[in-house]
Design a protein around this ligand. Structure first.
Ligand code: C2E
Ligand code: MG
Ligand code: MG
Ligand code: MG
Length: 281
């Protein structure tokens, strides 16, 4: 009996794996077509100056809404696109959409608002990446300084991938560089110092614990002091409460992003907020 059960468990497990593989295959196939159609877009999350509450930038986040109206979260399709290589054309599309948004911001009179895009290791590792990037901003009549490149701490710190070379080239070409999800990797502090990054983004797991766990709070505090010492722009991610905002202001964090200030949103909503400030400073 026990043996039978064991067997059926094994078979059940394999059937489950097959179903999962099947689903992945279908999703990959769908994403390929989504890219050729118009199912991929971006949402812009405002980045605000903590002291004044003003919007000073935005992060472009990939969104996939299927024609039937259902949405696939980035936590599903980004890792999949990284695994099957579609991240390269997907990333190119996101950068193009970010440049279109920047151009529209410019013509609406907000040409001083930069937009950040997330870039994966595979994109950075491709030979033509920097040239593509340059060509895209040029095509849209934009200075490189308006398109910020976000790479996660683990990518930026991986000395083996040779990304530091690309990061330096990006900096030399005038693209601002942000280290995303900072605090979750295993960086050596001296290596951080040598990176050409201008911005540190404090991972939201540390911001969440403000008011809860003392050790995590100590980490957020340490990151802020580190950024200040290295003269970097500090952005706290995932700010959801007034208490978190107060704490960050008291510690001297410069900027923040989070549901408390604004969800990832269409450009038209971001423009409404910006115009509101303009009319009513
Ligand atoms: P990320 O770059 O760290 O982006 C921040 C994530 O936190 C976003 O999730 C955003 O919607 C979410 N978030 C913002 N404020 C809050 C808050 O107050 N509370 C909570 N709980 N969450 C908040 P999203 O859009 O689901 O993206 C998840 C991740 O997927 C991103 O993390 C990024 O690593 C990746 N991603 C998104 N778009 C792209 C892309 O175009 N290219 C690449 N390579 N990765 C992307
Ligand atoms: Mg990011
Ligand atoms: Mg992040
Ligand atoms: Mg993240």
């Amino acid at each position: 009996q026990a043996r039978r059960q064991g067997l059926s468990q094994v078979i059940g497990y394999e059937a489950g794996m097959e179903a999962a593989a099947d689903k992945r295959y279908t999703l990959s196939h769908d994403l390929y077509h989504a890219l050729r159609g118009d199912e991929i877009h971006i949402a812009l999350q405002p980045q605000v100056d903590l002291a004044s509450g003003r919007v000073v930038g935005a992060e472009a986040l990939a969104r996939w809404t299927k024609r039937d109206g259902t949405s696939i979260p980035p936590s599903e399709f980004i890792p999949m696109a990284e695994a099957n290589g579609l991240i390269v054309p997907l990333g190119r599309r996101i950068i193009e959409l970010a440049c279109i948004a920047l151009a529209r911001l410019g013509s609406a009179g907000f040409g001083n608002i930069p937009v950040a895009v997330n870039v994966s290791a595979l994109q950075l590792a491709r030979d033509g990446f920097l040239n593509d990037l340059r060509a895209t901003v040029e095509l849209h009549g934009l200075p490189a300084s308006l398109l910020e490149i976000e790479v996660t701490e683990s990518i930026a710190m991986d000395e083996r991938t040779g990304t530091s070379n690309v990061l330096e080239q990006l900096r030399d070409a005038g693209f601002p560089l942000a280290i995303d999800d900072f605090g979750t990797g295993y960086s050596s502090l001296s290596y951080l110092r040598s990176l050409p990054a201008t911005t540190l983004k404090i991972d939201r797991s540390f911001v969440h614990e403000i008011g809860n766990t003392p050790e995590r709070l100590a980490i957020a505090d340490m990151i802020i002091r580190l950024g200040q010492r290295f003269d970097m722009r500090l952005v706290a991610e995932g700010v959801e409460t007034p208490a978190q905002r107060e704490w960050l202001i008291a510690r001297g964090c410069h900027q923040a992003q989070g549901y408390f200030f604004g969800r990832p949103q269409p450009l038209s909503d971001l423009l409404t907020t910006l115009r509101g400030w303009q009319a009513n400073p």
